[in-house]
Ligand binder design. Structure first.
Ligand code: HEM
Ligand code: HEM
Length: 188
């Protein structure tokens, strides 16, 4: 049912491109907000934590739509097929994409439980969602926090690799790989 693109010069559809960049924006915001809220006083810090939870919830919805779209009507590039990469590099890129999807999906329940195991309700755009489980000890709260944090760093490492690869394609190899993830008035 999905539109598989094999030809060099093929590009992703508009919805896939918008969902990709929206995901990228939120993931980077999630990381930066968490790394920097410690430098702010109470009102700003509180605002950043609430924004982190609200955008985190939005990220869950966007990821669900993104994955459903990919497996139904969305364009999928089955091979990197840029004429410049080897099969090994193509496979490496695919592994990074699959890992990104998997670790982002994992980060969602980890985020929810980071809050709930601190015995606090999740605050999503002002709506308070209480924990579905009984109160947890400080040690459990700290443990879940740490897994969420380590997973965030692994995700950011993979994104660094992924973005660097996209830039190498664009500026060294000068092929179509980055262009197909960018909106263009030209039809695919
Ligand atoms: C910041 C968070 C980001 C995430 C989570 C992310 C995730 C992904 C995923 C999962 C795919 C695979 C799409 C699919 O086949 O379903 C993809 C493709 C792509 N991404 Fe990203 N990305 C991010 C940032 C970026 C950045 C900063 C760039 C460019 C500098 C970029 C450029 C691309 C390109 C060009 C493709 C298409 C690759 C291909 O057709 O083989 N992404 N991204
Ligand atoms: C890719 C997405 C995400 C990234 C990169 C990310 C990153 C981080 C990082 C680095 C921390 C700091 C951890 C520490 O120092 O202990 C954190 C804390 C937290 N995150 Fe996330 N997160 C993401 C998604 C989510 C989601 C989906 C939720 C829930 C809706 C969430 C809720 C929280 C909460 C509640 C905290 C602790 C806040 C506090 O200290 O009170 N995160 N996150």
């Amino acid at each position: 049912m999905s539109r598989d693109i094999l030809a060099v010069g093929g590009r992703y559809d508009t919805n896939t491109i918008l969902l990709h960049w929206l995901t990228a924006f939120i993931v980077i915001f999630q990381f930066l907000s968490a790394e920097f809220w410690g430098f702010f006083g109470r009102p700003e810090k509180h605002f950043l934590i609430i924004s982190h939870m609200s955008l985190g919830f939005l990220l869950a919805a966007i990821l669900t739509i993104r994955i459903a779209w990919r497996f139904t009507y969305g364009a999928r590039i089955l091979q990197i097929n840029s004429t410049t990469t080897s099969t090994l590099l193509d496979r490496g890129a695919k592994v990074v994409h699959i890992l990104l999807y998997a670790l982002l999906i994992l980060q969602i329940p980890l985020g929810f439980f980071t809050r709930w195991t601190d015995n606090q309700p999740l605050d999503v755009f002002g709506l308070l969602i209480p924990s579905p489980t009984a109160a947890r000890s400080k040690a459990t709260g700290h443990f879940v926090d740490q897994i969420h944090d380590v997973n965030a760093w692994i995700i950011m490492g993979l994104i660094g690799l992924h973005a660097m690869a996209a830039l190498v394609h664009q500026f060294l190899w000068r092929d179509d790989v980055l262009r197909r993830m960018i909106l263009s008035p030209r039809k695919s």
